[in-house]
Design a protein around this ligand. Structure first.
Ligand SMILES: Cc1ncc(COP(=O)(O)O)c(C=O)c1O
Length: 357
Protein backbone atom coordinates (compact mmCIF):
# COMPACT_ATOMS: atom_id res chain seq x y z
CA UNK A 1 0.00 0.00 0.00
CA UNK A 2 1.32 3.52 -0.77
CA UNK A 3 1.50 6.48 1.63
CA UNK A 4 -1.62 8.23 0.42
CA UNK A 5 -3.33 10.06 3.30
CA UNK A 6 -7.03 10.99 3.15
CA UNK A 7 -6.28 13.74 5.67
CA UNK A 8 -4.93 15.78 2.75
CA UNK A 9 -8.37 15.65 1.13
CA UNK A 10 -11.11 15.10 3.68
CA UNK A 11 -12.22 17.71 6.25
CA UNK A 12 -10.73 16.78 9.62
CA UNK A 13 -13.94 17.54 11.57
CA UNK A 14 -15.73 14.70 9.75
CA UNK A 15 -13.68 12.02 11.45
CA UNK A 16 -15.28 13.01 14.80
CA UNK A 17 -18.79 12.31 13.56
CA UNK A 18 -20.49 9.17 14.75
CA UNK A 19 -22.88 8.16 11.99
CA UNK A 20 -26.60 8.14 12.71
CA UNK A 21 -27.36 4.84 14.40
CA UNK A 22 -29.79 3.64 11.76
CA UNK A 23 -32.09 1.02 13.16
CA UNK A 24 -31.32 -2.30 11.62
CA UNK A 25 -34.26 -4.59 11.04
CA UNK A 26 -32.93 -7.90 9.80
CA UNK A 27 -35.24 -10.70 8.71
CA UNK A 28 -35.01 -12.51 12.02
CA UNK A 29 -36.70 -9.49 13.66
CA UNK A 30 -39.58 -9.37 11.17
CA UNK A 31 -41.97 -11.02 13.61
CA UNK A 32 -41.16 -8.41 16.26
CA UNK A 33 -43.51 -5.58 17.16
CA UNK A 34 -41.49 -2.65 15.87
CA UNK A 35 -41.99 0.36 18.12
CA UNK A 36 -38.55 1.95 17.80
CA UNK A 37 -38.86 4.17 14.72
CA UNK A 38 -42.07 6.21 15.13
CA UNK A 39 -43.44 4.52 12.04
CA UNK A 40 -47.11 4.28 11.18
CA UNK A 41 -48.46 0.82 12.14
CA UNK A 42 -51.27 1.08 9.58
CA UNK A 43 -48.93 1.57 6.63
CA UNK A 44 -49.71 3.67 3.57
CA UNK A 45 -52.91 4.39 1.68
CA UNK A 46 -54.17 1.28 -0.12
CA UNK A 47 -54.46 3.43 -3.23
CA UNK A 48 -50.74 4.21 -3.02
CA UNK A 49 -49.88 0.51 -2.94
CA UNK A 50 -52.15 -0.05 -5.95
CA UNK A 51 -50.53 2.77 -7.98
CA UNK A 52 -46.99 1.61 -7.13
CA UNK A 53 -47.75 -1.95 -8.16
CA UNK A 54 -48.58 -0.70 -11.67
CA UNK A 55 -45.26 1.05 -12.38
CA UNK A 56 -42.77 -0.75 -14.60
CA UNK A 57 -40.27 1.99 -15.45
CA UNK A 58 -37.38 1.13 -13.13
CA UNK A 59 -34.94 1.80 -15.98
CA UNK A 60 -35.96 5.46 -16.42
CA UNK A 61 -34.83 8.48 -14.42
CA UNK A 62 -37.55 10.03 -12.29
CA UNK A 63 -39.71 12.96 -13.39
CA UNK A 64 -39.35 16.41 -11.88
CA UNK A 65 -41.53 16.61 -8.80
CA UNK A 66 -43.38 19.69 -10.17
CA UNK A 67 -46.84 18.09 -10.07
CA UNK A 68 -46.22 17.02 -6.51
CA UNK A 69 -45.03 20.49 -5.50
CA UNK A 70 -48.25 21.90 -6.93
CA UNK A 71 -50.36 19.35 -5.09
CA UNK A 72 -48.60 19.85 -1.77
CA UNK A 73 -48.90 23.63 -2.22
CA UNK A 74 -52.65 23.31 -2.91
CA UNK A 75 -53.10 21.16 0.18
CA UNK A 76 -51.36 23.78 2.32
CA UNK A 77 -52.79 26.85 0.61
CA UNK A 78 -49.36 28.16 -0.43
CA UNK A 79 -47.74 28.45 -3.88
CA UNK A 80 -45.66 25.69 -5.55
CA UNK A 81 -42.64 27.99 -5.62
CA UNK A 82 -42.71 27.90 -1.81
CA UNK A 83 -42.12 24.13 -1.78
CA UNK A 84 -38.84 22.21 -1.81
CA UNK A 85 -39.25 18.41 -1.94
CA UNK A 86 -36.53 15.94 -1.10
CA UNK A 87 -35.87 12.39 0.06
CA UNK A 88 -37.50 12.76 3.47
CA UNK A 89 -37.44 15.60 5.98
CA UNK A 90 -33.88 14.43 6.70
CA UNK A 91 -32.72 15.40 3.23
CA UNK A 92 -34.57 18.73 3.37
CA UNK A 93 -32.82 19.59 6.65
CA UNK A 94 -29.44 18.67 5.23
CA UNK A 95 -30.14 20.65 2.06
CA UNK A 96 -30.98 23.76 4.08
CA UNK A 97 -27.91 23.34 6.30
CA UNK A 98 -25.70 22.80 3.26
CA UNK A 99 -26.66 26.27 2.04
CA UNK A 100 -25.79 28.00 5.35
CA UNK A 101 -22.75 30.21 5.81
CA UNK A 102 -20.07 28.34 7.72
CA UNK A 103 -18.74 31.21 9.81
CA UNK A 104 -20.84 34.37 10.19
CA UNK A 105 -23.97 32.68 11.46
CA UNK A 106 -24.71 30.31 14.32
CA UNK A 107 -27.25 27.52 14.48
CA UNK A 108 -29.08 26.84 17.75
CA UNK A 109 -30.18 23.27 18.44
CA UNK A 110 -32.40 22.14 21.29
CA UNK A 111 -31.38 19.25 23.50
CA UNK A 112 -32.84 16.65 23.68
CA UNK A 113 -34.17 16.67 20.15
CA UNK A 114 -33.87 14.85 16.84
CA UNK A 115 -30.26 13.64 16.51
CA UNK A 116 -29.92 14.53 12.84
CA UNK A 117 -29.83 18.26 13.57
CA UNK A 118 -26.47 17.99 15.28
CA UNK A 119 -25.24 15.39 12.81
CA UNK A 120 -26.09 17.59 9.83
CA UNK A 121 -24.69 20.71 11.51
CA UNK A 122 -21.41 18.84 11.96
CA UNK A 123 -21.16 17.42 8.46
CA UNK A 124 -21.88 20.87 7.06
CA UNK A 125 -19.23 22.40 9.28
CA UNK A 126 -21.66 24.88 10.88
CA UNK A 127 -21.10 26.79 14.07
CA UNK A 128 -23.76 25.65 16.52
CA UNK A 129 -24.87 25.84 20.14
CA UNK A 130 -26.97 23.29 21.99
CA UNK A 131 -29.53 24.49 24.51
CA UNK A 132 -30.89 22.15 27.17
CA UNK A 133 -34.63 21.99 27.70
CA UNK A 134 -36.58 20.39 30.50
CA UNK A 135 -37.75 17.01 29.32
CA UNK A 136 -41.33 17.36 30.57
CA UNK A 137 -43.06 20.13 28.67
CA UNK A 138 -44.75 22.98 30.58
CA UNK A 139 -48.53 23.51 30.05
CA UNK A 140 -47.87 25.98 27.21
CA UNK A 141 -44.85 24.10 25.92
CA UNK A 142 -41.09 24.36 26.31
CA UNK A 143 -40.00 27.94 27.01
CA UNK A 144 -36.95 29.55 25.43
CA UNK A 145 -35.65 32.94 26.56
CA UNK A 146 -35.64 34.67 23.18
CA UNK A 147 -33.97 37.78 24.69
CA UNK A 148 -30.74 35.79 24.89
CA UNK A 149 -30.53 36.06 21.13
CA UNK A 150 -31.21 39.74 20.65
CA UNK A 151 -27.96 40.65 18.93
CA UNK A 152 -26.29 38.42 16.36
CA UNK A 153 -28.06 36.53 13.61
CA UNK A 154 -28.92 32.99 14.55
CA UNK A 155 -30.73 30.14 12.88
CA UNK A 156 -32.90 27.95 15.12
CA UNK A 157 -34.27 24.51 14.46
CA UNK A 158 -37.15 23.11 16.54
CA UNK A 159 -39.09 19.92 16.14
CA UNK A 160 -42.71 20.74 17.00
CA UNK A 161 -43.79 18.32 18.42
CA UNK A 162 -40.32 17.50 19.65
CA UNK A 163 -38.76 14.08 19.23
CA UNK A 164 -38.20 12.42 21.71
CA UNK A 165 -39.86 14.55 24.44
CA UNK A 166 -43.20 14.82 22.61
CA UNK A 167 -43.56 18.43 23.83
CA UNK A 168 -43.98 21.60 21.85
CA UNK A 169 -42.08 24.88 21.94
CA UNK A 170 -44.44 27.59 23.18
CA UNK A 171 -45.57 29.93 20.44
CA UNK A 172 -44.54 33.15 22.20
CA UNK A 173 -40.86 32.12 22.05
CA UNK A 174 -41.12 31.32 18.35
CA UNK A 175 -42.80 34.62 17.54
CA UNK A 176 -40.16 36.57 19.45
CA UNK A 177 -37.40 34.89 17.47
CA UNK A 178 -39.23 35.59 14.22
CA UNK A 179 -39.84 39.22 15.14
CA UNK A 180 -36.16 39.58 15.99
CA UNK A 181 -35.51 38.39 12.40
CA UNK A 182 -33.62 35.24 13.23
CA UNK A 183 -34.07 32.35 10.82
CA UNK A 184 -36.44 29.79 12.35
CA UNK A 185 -36.85 26.24 11.01
CA UNK A 186 -39.77 24.30 12.41
CA UNK A 187 -39.75 20.57 11.79
CA UNK A 188 -43.37 19.40 11.82
CA UNK A 189 -42.72 15.70 11.18
CA UNK A 190 -45.35 14.85 13.84
CA UNK A 191 -47.73 17.80 13.48
CA UNK A 192 -50.66 15.63 12.33
CA UNK A 193 -50.61 13.86 15.71
CA UNK A 194 -50.69 17.14 17.63
CA UNK A 195 -53.61 19.30 18.72
CA UNK A 196 -51.48 22.35 17.88
CA UNK A 197 -51.74 24.20 14.63
CA UNK A 198 -49.10 24.04 11.93
CA UNK A 199 -46.85 27.06 11.39
CA UNK A 200 -47.23 26.80 7.59
CA UNK A 201 -49.67 29.72 7.39
CA UNK A 202 -47.13 31.97 9.14
CA UNK A 203 -44.61 31.39 6.34
CA UNK A 204 -46.71 33.92 4.39
CA UNK A 205 -46.06 36.55 7.03
CA UNK A 206 -42.48 35.75 7.98
CA UNK A 207 -39.86 35.45 5.28
CA UNK A 208 -37.50 34.08 7.95
CA UNK A 209 -39.67 31.03 8.73
CA UNK A 210 -39.19 27.58 7.17
CA UNK A 211 -41.57 24.73 7.96
CA UNK A 212 -40.66 21.11 7.22
CA UNK A 213 -43.14 18.27 6.90
CA UNK A 214 -42.95 14.64 5.81
CA UNK A 215 -45.03 11.80 4.39
CA UNK A 216 -43.13 9.32 6.60
CA UNK A 217 -45.30 9.45 9.68
CA UNK A 218 -48.95 10.37 9.03
CA UNK A 219 -48.98 8.91 5.48
CA UNK A 220 -47.02 5.76 6.38
CA UNK A 221 -44.42 6.24 3.63
CA UNK A 222 -41.18 6.24 5.67
CA UNK A 223 -39.60 3.69 3.34
CA UNK A 224 -40.22 5.73 0.19
CA UNK A 225 -38.54 8.91 1.52
CA UNK A 226 -40.56 12.02 0.79
CA UNK A 227 -40.41 15.24 2.78
CA UNK A 228 -40.67 18.90 1.94
CA UNK A 229 -39.98 22.38 3.21
CA UNK A 230 -42.32 25.39 2.95
CA UNK A 231 -40.43 28.65 2.66
CA UNK A 232 -40.07 31.97 0.89
CA UNK A 233 -39.26 31.72 -2.83
CA UNK A 234 -35.96 33.59 -2.32
CA UNK A 235 -34.68 30.52 -0.50
CA UNK A 236 -36.64 27.76 -2.25
CA UNK A 237 -35.28 28.84 -5.64
CA UNK A 238 -31.71 28.40 -4.36
CA UNK A 239 -32.40 25.08 -2.67
CA UNK A 240 -34.24 23.68 -5.70
CA UNK A 241 -31.30 24.74 -7.86
CA UNK A 242 -28.57 23.18 -5.71
CA UNK A 243 -30.40 19.92 -5.00
CA UNK A 244 -29.22 16.78 -6.85
CA UNK A 245 -31.54 16.21 -9.82
CA UNK A 246 -32.95 12.73 -9.10
CA UNK A 247 -33.22 12.70 -5.32
CA UNK A 248 -36.89 11.75 -5.35
CA UNK A 249 -38.07 8.61 -7.11
CA UNK A 250 -41.23 8.34 -9.22
CA UNK A 251 -42.52 5.85 -6.67
CA UNK A 252 -42.27 8.40 -3.88
CA UNK A 253 -43.91 11.05 -6.08
CA UNK A 254 -46.79 8.72 -7.03
CA UNK A 255 -47.36 7.52 -3.49
CA UNK A 256 -47.32 11.05 -2.08
CA UNK A 257 -49.72 12.33 -4.77
CA UNK A 258 -52.17 9.51 -4.10
CA UNK A 259 -51.86 10.01 -0.33
CA UNK A 260 -53.02 13.59 -0.78
CA UNK A 261 -56.12 12.18 -2.51
CA UNK A 262 -56.72 9.76 0.36
CA UNK A 263 -56.44 12.13 3.30
CA UNK A 264 -59.63 10.95 4.95
CA UNK A 265 -58.35 7.37 5.24
CA UNK A 266 -54.91 8.50 6.47
CA UNK A 267 -56.32 11.04 8.92
CA UNK A 268 -58.54 8.32 10.30
CA UNK A 269 -55.44 6.20 10.96
CA UNK A 270 -53.89 9.19 12.71
CA UNK A 271 -57.01 9.45 14.92
CA UNK A 272 -56.72 5.76 15.78
CA UNK A 273 -53.06 6.22 16.73
CA UNK A 274 -53.90 9.20 18.97
CA UNK A 275 -56.70 7.24 20.69
CA UNK A 276 -54.35 4.28 21.24
CA UNK A 277 -51.70 6.63 22.63
CA UNK A 278 -54.14 8.23 25.10
CA UNK A 279 -55.26 4.82 26.32
CA UNK A 280 -51.66 3.59 26.58
CA UNK A 281 -50.62 6.63 28.65
CA UNK A 282 -53.58 6.09 31.00
CA UNK A 283 -52.57 2.48 31.48
CA UNK A 284 -48.91 3.40 32.09
CA UNK A 285 -49.84 5.93 34.77
CA UNK A 286 -50.92 3.06 37.02
CA UNK A 287 -47.58 1.25 36.71
CA UNK A 288 -45.12 2.40 39.37
CA UNK A 289 -41.75 1.81 37.78
CA UNK A 290 -42.36 3.68 34.56
CA UNK A 291 -43.45 7.31 34.10
CA UNK A 292 -44.87 8.38 30.73
CA UNK A 293 -44.31 11.94 29.50
CA UNK A 294 -47.34 13.41 27.74
CA UNK A 295 -46.74 13.48 24.02
CA UNK A 296 -48.11 15.30 21.00
CA UNK A 297 -46.42 12.77 18.69
CA UNK A 298 -47.03 9.12 17.74
CA UNK A 299 -44.61 8.02 20.47
CA UNK A 300 -44.15 8.33 24.20
CA UNK A 301 -40.99 9.06 26.11
CA UNK A 302 -41.00 7.11 29.37
CA UNK A 303 -38.82 7.45 32.45
CA UNK A 304 -37.67 4.08 33.73
CA UNK A 305 -37.67 4.21 37.54
CA UNK A 306 -36.24 0.74 38.15
CA UNK A 307 -32.90 -0.43 36.72
CA UNK A 308 -31.28 0.77 33.53
CA UNK A 309 -33.22 1.92 30.47
CA UNK A 310 -31.30 -0.66 28.42
CA UNK A 311 -32.38 -3.44 30.81
CA UNK A 312 -35.98 -2.45 30.27
CA UNK A 313 -35.38 -2.39 26.52
CA UNK A 314 -33.83 -5.84 26.72
CA UNK A 315 -36.77 -7.20 28.73
CA UNK A 316 -39.11 -6.05 25.96
CA UNK A 317 -36.76 -7.33 23.27
CA UNK A 318 -36.90 -10.78 24.82
CA UNK A 319 -40.67 -10.56 24.41
CA UNK A 320 -40.33 -9.61 20.71
CA UNK A 321 -40.87 -5.87 21.16
CA UNK A 322 -38.42 -3.31 19.76
CA UNK A 323 -38.23 0.10 21.43
CA UNK A 324 -35.68 2.93 21.44
CA UNK A 325 -33.29 3.62 24.33
CA UNK A 326 -30.77 6.45 24.66
CA UNK A 327 -27.22 6.81 25.88
CA UNK A 328 -27.19 10.65 26.08
CA UNK A 329 -26.67 11.81 29.68
CA UNK A 330 -30.02 13.60 29.93
CA UNK A 331 -31.91 10.60 28.53
CA UNK A 332 -30.10 7.81 30.33
CA UNK A 333 -33.23 6.95 32.34
CA UNK A 334 -35.55 7.11 29.36
CA UNK A 335 -36.90 4.98 26.54
CA UNK A 336 -39.16 5.97 23.65
CA UNK A 337 -42.03 3.74 22.64
CA UNK A 338 -43.78 4.33 19.31
CA UNK A 339 -47.52 3.77 19.20
CA UNK A 340 -48.57 0.62 17.36
CA UNK A 341 -52.01 -0.92 16.82
CA UNK A 342 -54.33 -1.34 19.84
CA UNK A 343 -53.49 -5.07 19.84
CA UNK A 344 -49.72 -4.30 19.85
CA UNK A 345 -50.10 -1.89 22.76
CA UNK A 346 -52.28 -4.27 24.80
CA UNK A 347 -49.45 -6.80 24.57
CA UNK A 348 -46.84 -4.15 25.44
CA UNK A 349 -48.81 -3.19 28.56
CA UNK A 350 -49.00 -6.86 29.60
CA UNK A 351 -45.22 -7.20 29.20
CA UNK A 352 -44.53 -3.95 31.09
CA UNK A 353 -46.76 -5.13 33.95
CA UNK A 354 -44.75 -8.33 34.07
CA UNK A 355 -41.49 -6.31 34.20
CA UNK A 356 -42.96 -4.08 36.93
CA UNK A 357 -44.03 -6.96 39.18
C1 LIG B 1 -38.32 15.30 14.31
C2 LIG B 1 -38.06 14.49 13.09
N1 LIG B 1 -37.82 15.11 11.95
C3 LIG B 1 -37.56 14.42 10.83
C4 LIG B 1 -37.54 13.04 10.84
C5 LIG B 1 -37.18 12.30 9.59
O1 LIG B 1 -38.26 12.28 8.73
P1 LIG B 1 -38.11 11.65 7.27
O2 LIG B 1 -38.46 10.22 7.38
O3 LIG B 1 -39.10 12.44 6.46
O4 LIG B 1 -36.71 11.89 6.83
C6 LIG B 1 -37.80 12.35 12.01
C7 LIG B 1 -37.77 10.87 12.01
O5 LIG B 1 -37.92 10.18 12.95
C8 LIG B 1 -38.06 13.09 13.17
O6 LIG B 1 -38.26 12.47 14.33
Amino acid sequence: MNNFDFKDYIQSNLSEIIGYQALSYPNELRNFIKLDGNENPYGPSKKAIEVLSQRNDFHLYPDHPDKLRQKIADSLNVLPENIVCSAGADAVINLIFSSFKKQDMKLVIIKPSFGMYKHDAMINNLLFDEINLEIASQPNGHYLDANLFSRNKHAFIFAIPNNPTGGIMEKESILKLLDAEHLVIIDEAYIKFSKHQSYVELTKKYKNLIVIQTFSKWAGLAGLRLGYGVMHRDLSSTLNAIQQPYTITNYAIDAAMVSLDDVEFLDNNVKKIIATKDLFINQLVDITNITPINSEGNFILCRINKGKNTDFQKFLYNKNILIRSYSDVELKKYVRISIGTPKNMEYVIEVIKEWNS
